[in-house]
Design a protein around this ligand. Structure first.
Ligand code: ATP
Ligand code: MG
Length: 427
């Protein structure tokens, strides 16, 4: 026998037992976003590699070593999207949706990064991304944070903490970078290999290191807040005031930077200590320079990306996921030639009872085997249809989860019963 082919490491199949959880989460996400006037966009999963180099930055982990890049048959360099902001902005500029306009977008779907797979870190993972364009003030930053907070509330999540910081203007970051490099150079003996590399390429990213031995050095490093420009200080103060007024608690974390180059001013993360090292569930911030960098007219923008797998892991941890969707009833067909009657009756029941989940046994097995399948399906009722029932225009009901006698009902009475049952179980 030849060896079976397996999925790619770090890329997972979602099986029927899990998809219900995803749908539950996706439904609530859509509902919350709609209630703030955000609308969905669906850019392609593959873009020109150049797009990611220009937006995310050449010297970021993503572009340096995590992208799935390939040549297509025309010899063009393409990449699977590692994140969604670049494609969203590209689409907005290309279709003239951004200049002088207010837009509130979201997208949801798979992203690809060649990282070391571990809990909460995969090579294909899913993000919800939200982007708001055309609004420079801190009020829309606050709106995004309020919206995520509402999402946590709708899902029943409590333990997430908000960390927030300001990265200031590009000039402020440059001034700070020089100071940081001087400090890190003086401690270069104590830096790990990654940090030493970043010292050359992208020194602010050293602050993002998760390595324990780096923490004391990071903690006593010069702080970006001390280098912020006046306007950014004002913007940040107003944002914190808005959060205070809205009753949102936060922690200002002066070491919080983002892994992508395009952020400035506001950055924030929602973190949990329940998921081990991969504790950031949602991360975002302002990127006022990006639209122009991509050839559009200067347009202020702010957004966030939320890791769906991490959010689901958190929901599972707190047992907040809905139980699996089971059939309401399972139709057992007894004898030769009843299949047509069974299928037609099942159609009529689905017409009559909205939200009905009815499985018809098409296995062709015997009565006992079919009843076993009915039981295993988790259905509450078995509907039994044989020659006698067809003659009498009735159907048998066997209660699979209750200690209750079998009954024979007319089709109309059955439909009525199912209506009541489904209505009771969906409320
Ligand atoms: P991390 O520091 O964990 O690598 P990041 O800074 O690379 O995160 P972003 O690019 O800001 O992450 O992506 C936003 C969110 O997407 C993260 O906060 C996380 O929830 C999720 N995410 C990022 N990379 C992965 C991955 N490889 N697997 C699963 N989820 C991920
Ligand atoms: Mg990363």
């Amino acid at each position: 026998m030849s060896k079976s082919i397996q999925a790619i490491r770090g890329m997972h199949d979602l099986l029927p037992d899990e998809t219900g959880h995803w749908q539950h989460l996706e439904y609530i996400i859509r509902d919350v976003l709609r209630s703030y006037g955000y609308r969905e966009i669906r850019p392609p999963i593959v873009e020109k590699t150049e797009l990611f180099k220009r937006t995310i930055g050449e010297v970021t982990d993503i572009v340096e070593k995590e992208m799935y890049t390939f040549e297509d048959r025309n010899g063009d360099s393409l990449s699977l999207r590692p994140e969604g902001t670049a494609g969203g902005v590209r689409a907005g500029v290309e279709h003239g949706l951004l200049y002088n306009q207010i837009q509130r977008f979201w997208y949801m779907g798979p992203m690809f990064r060649h990282e070391r797979p571990q809990k909460g870190r995969y090579r294909q993972f899913h993000q919800l991304g939200v982007e708001a364009f055309g609004m420079p003030g801190p009020d829309v930053d606050a709106e995004l944070i309020l919206m995520t907070q509402r999402l946590w509330r709708r899902l029943g999540i409590t333990g997430l903490k908000l960390q927030i910081n300001s990265l200031g203007s590009a000039e402020a970051r440059h001034r700070y970078r020089d100071e940081l490099v001087r400090y890190m150079d003086a401690h270069s003996g104590a830096l790990d290999e990654d940090s030493r590399r970043r010292l050359q390429s992208n020194p602010l990213r050293i602050l993002d290191s998760k390595i324990p031995m780096m923490q004391p050095i990071i903690q006593s490093a010069p702080k970006l807040v001390d280098y912020l420009d006046e306007e950014s200080i004002q913007h940040f103060a107003e944002l914190l005031n808005l959060l205070d007024v809205a009753g949102i608690s936060y922690e200002v974390n002066p070491c919080l930077v983002r892994g992508l180059d395009y952020y400035g001013r506001t950055v924030f993360e929602w973190v949990t200590d329940k998921l081990g090292a991969q504790g950031t569930v949602c991360a975002g911030g302002r990127y006022d320079g990006l639209v122009e960098q991509l050839g559009g007219k200067a347009t202020p923008a702010v957004g966030f990306a939320l890791g769906i797998e991490r959010l689901l892991a958190l929901l599972a941890e707190d047992t907040l996921l809905p139980s699996a969707d089971r059939p309401d009833c399972y139709m057992v067909l007894v004898g030769e030639g009843v299949a047509a009657n069974g299928l037609v009756l099942a159609e009529r029941l689905r017409d009559a009872v909205s939200d009905l989940n009815l499985v018809v046994d098409c296995s062709g097995g015997g009565f006992k085997a079919q009843l076993k399948k009915a039981d295993k399906s988790g259905a509450r009722l078995a509907l039994i249809l044989g020659e006698d029932e067809i003659q009498a225009k009735t159907i048998g009901i066997k209660y699979l989860r209750e200690n209750r006698d079998q009954e024979t009902l007319t089709h109309d009475v059955l439909a009525q019963r199912l209506k009541t049952m489904v209505a009771a179980s969906t409320h």
